[in-house]
Design a protein around this ligand. Structure first.
Ligand code: FE2
Ligand code: FE2
Length: 178
């Protein structure tokens, strides 16, 4: 059974996804749902191939599927969601019997995600990405379709952080943007 199916069988994981969906159901801005996590995985796996990196698709997938679970704590008590996500992910990765080395790498990436940068600079620097942290940061930000977002004007992201349509802005094709 693949790792996503195994993760989805864990009650803690399902419970998180349900709670997040419930909390964010009227949110005008980007959600932190399964679609977001799967988009992050898709972009991360694409970028790994582009850059010829050795991380397994499974590692990148786990990292993406777990990185925002702590949004629940952030909404409920103002806690830093990266730390809350890492704590939860630690338990889930142990349940999945992921090796200690892989678990550490994933947790490090989860703890350090979430700092947005200028999207154009990120795009032009993408070929230098070598780490799982780098993959997650890039895929997390670029997973957002700001170019067709209705809440774009009210969004707290700086204009230069918002994600453009890559084909129009950079004249390059990517398989993960519609
Ligand atoms: Fe996040
Ligand atoms: Fe995220």
């Amino acid at each position: 059974m693949d790792v996503q199916k195994r993760l989805e069988r864990l009650e803690t994981y399902q419970d998180r996804l349900r709670r997040l969906q419930q909390i964010e159901k009227n949110r005008a801005f980007c959600r932190h749902d399964l679609a977001h996590m799967e988009k992050c995985a898709e972009i991360g796996q694409w970028m790994k191939r582009e850059n010829g990196l050795a991380y397994s698709d499974g590692t990148i997938l786990l990292c993406a599927l777990l990185h925002d679970l702590g949004r629940v704590e952030e909404y409920e008590s103002g806690a830093d969601h990266r730390m809350a996500s890492a704590e939860l992910a630690d338990g889930l990765l142990r349940e999945l019997e992921v090796s200690e080395e892989e678990r550490r790498k994933i947790l490090r990436a989860i703890r350090s995600h979430g700092r947005r940068k200028d999207a154009a600079r990120m795009w032009y620097a993408r070929k230098r990405i070598r780490t799982l942290e780098g993959l997650l940061r890039f895929s997390d930000q670029f997973s957002r379709p700001c170019y067709r977002c209705r809440a774009r004007r009210e969004c707290k992201w700086r204009e230069d952080e918002k994600i453009p349509r890559i084909k129009e802005r950079f004249r390059e094709d990517v398989p993960w943007q519609s």
